[in-house]
Design a protein around this ligand. Structure first.
Ligand SMILES: C[S@@+](CC[C@H](N)C(=O)[O-])C[C@H]1O[C@@H](n2cnc3c(N)ncnc32)[C@H](O)[C@@H]1O
Length: 266
C-alpha cells in the first residue's frame, strides 16, 4: 500500500468547482498531499478534471467508475441473479457493513438491494481509495452519460439514487468494529485482497498498488459476528483455505467462476 507516499494534487482548470473539489480532498484524513513537486522521478499524482478524478503513478491510472456495478445491475434488472446478493441476502430496508470497500462495486449493488430506506456503511483502509470512492459517490450524478440504451440509463439512474446512502469511512475494519454496537447491522461483508492473485490484468494492477493486502484475521471475524444480526459473508478465491481457516461455510454455485462466497449465520 502506497499510503505513506505523498501524492501531488492538482486541478486541470482554475474554476470554482474544481477548486472546491481540491479543497475537499485536502481535508480527507490519512492522505498526504503535495501541491508542488521539485524532487526527482515521478510522484503519484491526483488530477481533478472536469471529467472526473484520476490517480496516476507511472503508466498506471485509477479512477472511480461504476462500470462493473452497472453491468451487474443491468443483469439484475433483466431478472438475472447475482451471487453476492444470493450470499448476502440483502433486502429492501436492510443494512450492510462493507468492511473492505475497494472501488465500491459491491457496496453499490448492496445499496441498490437495500434501497433508499436501507443503510450501507463502508470501510476502507487505504486513505486515497476511501477518498476517491467517496468523491465519486458525491459526484455520481455528474458522471451519467447520455446513452441510447434504456437498460443502461435505468441502471445509471438507479445507482445514482442510492449512491448517497453509502457512508465511507477510512480506517481499519477491526478498529471500526470495536465502536459498533452488538447486533446493529444485518450483514457484514469481507472481500479482502486475495491471498493468491489470479488476476494480473492491467486494469486491476492500480488497485493492487493502493490497497491493503493483509489477511483477514480470526479476531476480526469474531467481532463481525458480534455486530451482525443475520450473517457475515466472505468472498475469496475458489478453493481458498481462507474459508475453512476463518470458519465460513462455502455456498454452492458459480461452477465456472474463479471466486466463491462463504457465510457464517449468526
Ligand atoms: C478486493 S478489494 C474490495 C473490492 C470491493 N468489494 C469492490 O467491489 O470494489 C479489498 C479492499 O479491502 C481493503 N482492505 C484490506 N484490509 C482492510 C482492513 N483491515 N480494513 C479496511 N479495508 C481493508 C483493501 O485496501 C482493498 O481496497
Amino acid at each position: 500500500m502506497l499510503e505513506e507516499s505523498p501524492i501531488l494534487i492538482k486541478t486541470t482548470h482554475f474554476d470554482a468547482e474544481l477548486r472546491e473539489r481540491l479543497d475537499w480532498f485536502l481535508q480527507q484524513p490519512g492522505c498526504h498531499w503535495m501541491l508542488t513537486w521539485s524532487g526527482e522521478g515521478e510522484p503519484p499524482e491526483l488530477t481533478i478534471t472536469r471529467r472526473g478524478v484520476f490517480l496516476s503513478y507511472g503508466t498506471e491510472q485509477l479512477s472511480f467508475h461504476p462500470s462493473m456495478a452497472l453491468i451487474r445491475l443491468i443483469n439484475l434488472l433483466r431478472g438475472g441473479s447475482d451471487r453476492y446478493l444470493e450470499a448476502t441476502q440483502l433486502k429492501a430496508g436492510g443494512s450492510l457493513l462493507d468492511a473492505t470497500l475497494g472501488l465500491g462495486t459491491d457496496a453499490l449493488i448492496g445499496a441498490w438491494a437495500v434501497g433508499e430506506k436501507g443503510r450501507v456503511l463502508a470501510i476502507e483502509k487505504s486513505p486515497i481509495l476511501a477518498a476517491m470512492v467517496q468523491d465519486g459517490l458525491n459526484h455520481f450524478k455528474e458522471m451519467i452519460p447520455n446513452s441510447k440504451s434504456r437498460d443502461k440509463q435505468e441502471a445509471w439512474f438507479a445507482l445514482a439514487r442510492v449512491s448517497p446512502q453509502i457512508k465511507v469511512s477510512w480506517g481499519d475494519n477491526r478498529n471500526y468494529f470495536s465502536n459498533i454496537p452488538t447486533r446493529s447491522v444485518d450483514v457484514v461483508y469481507f472481500d479482502p485482497m486475495f491471498r493468491q492473485t489470479y488476476e494480473h490484468s492491467h486494469s486491476i494492477q492500480p488497485l493492487h498498488r493502493w490497497s491493503d493486502h493483509s489477511p483477514l484475521d480470526q479476531a476480526t471475524v469474531v467481532e463481525a459476528c458480534r455486530i451482525a444480526r443475520q450473517r457475515v459473508v466472505l468472498k475469496e478465491r475458489k478453493n481458498s483455505p481462507e474459508f475453512r481457516r476463518l470458519g465460513f461455510d462455502i455456498l454452492l454455485g458459480g461452477q465456472y467462476s474463479p471466486v466463491d462466497y462463504g457465510v457464517i449465520l449468526v
